[in-house]
Design a protein. Structure first.
Length: 306
């Protein structure tokens, strides 16, 4: 299982395993998670990781569906269908671990280049997933969000997305965000165009453009940046995914293909994340990796705008 570190100043901490179930500070952190999400039981699932070191926001590049299917003699669509089942399982596992947001790279803007039959199957799976999980989202209090250029998606997919976003708008246990027809460069282009439009209209002066304004102009406005980026199937690329938002994220790659990625694999990634020391250019991580913020940049709590 390979892994890469996001920044050279990040070091690994003490790898000694410790049971935190009787630690009052861990219990308090777990209670806070459970108050937000009743299903959360981080100390029951991963007692060797202090709850404050569980990432608030995990982004995943779900890679390997087609290869997994072809290696077993099945068509690629079979892998995508099994991958949709993994989405349900990992979303539930993230809830139980107390993760606040999960953002999944579901369909990139480059994926339109694939054979039409495969693209059609992916769009159908997307609509079926969104339509079929409405009750579960409402039951578990999961807010559903989508980022990407949705105007280019089929009507059935757009209607399903819009309906589930409206239905779950007040849910607050956790957020599942799907990146559909998403590309980070396109996101930055769209944000730049909007800012340029405002400048041309006299609503904004050029010297008012700063990181905060750009951040608010992205598809992800109102969301915290990812703490951990996981890529399955062994690749070591970020593939035009959340390029602005993962500036300080920890990067983790596993050889496991997405259809076989399990709760155990997610917990392994979190354990690796918890061992790392996120310094953000500074000298310590006293707040813990899931709560520390880059120097001069708003903390995750400050960045939550909606």
């Amino acid at each position: 299982m390979g892994r890469i570190a996001a920044k050279p100043e990040i070091e690994h901490g003490d790898a000694e395993q410790r049971d935190h179930r009787h630690d009052p500070s861990a219990q308090a952190a777990a209670d806070a998670m459970r108050a937000r999400c009743p299903k959360a039981d981080p100390l029951g699932l991963i007692p060797d990781v202090h709850p404050t070191r569980i990432p608030r926001h995990i982004a995943i590049i779900m890679d390997g569906n087609g290869r997994w299917a072809e290696s077993r003699g099945f068509p690629r669509v079979f892998g995508h269908r099994n991958g949709a089942g993994t989405v349900r399982d990992i979303t539930d596992e993230a809830l139980r671990l107390g993760v606040e947001q999960l953002t999944l790279y579901s369909f990139s803007s480059e994926n339109w280049k694939r054979p039409a039959k495969e693209v059609d199957a992916l769009m159908t799976l997307c609509a079926e997933y969104v339509e079929g999980n409405r009750d579960a989202f409402l039951r578990d209090g999961v807010r559903f969000r989508v980022i990407g250029r949705r105007s280019e998606l089929p009507e059935r997919v757009r209607e399903a997305i819009d309906g589930l976003e409206r239905a779950t708008a007040s849910c607050s246990s956790a957020t599942l965000c799907l990146a559909i027809n998403y590309g980070a460069r396109a996101e930055l282009v769209d944000a730049t165009r909007e800012i340029a439009r405002r400048v041309a209209a006299g609503e904004l002066k050029p010297d008012q453009i700063d990181e905060s304004l750009i951040d608010r102009s992205l598809y992800t406005s109102g969301m915290p940046d990812p703490d951990l980026l996981i890529r399955t199937a062994g690749e070591m690329r970020v593939s035009n995914y959340l390029l602005w938002q993962i500036s300080y994220a920890e990067l983790y790659s596993t050889s496991v293909c997405w259809p076989e990625f399990s709760g155990d694999d997610l917990r392994t990634a979190i354990r690796e994340f918890a061992r790392r020391r996120r310094r953000f250019g500074g000298l310590s991580d006293e707040l813990g990796p899931a709560q520390a913020s880059p120097g001069g940049v708003a903390s995750d709590s400050d960045r939550m705008r909606g």
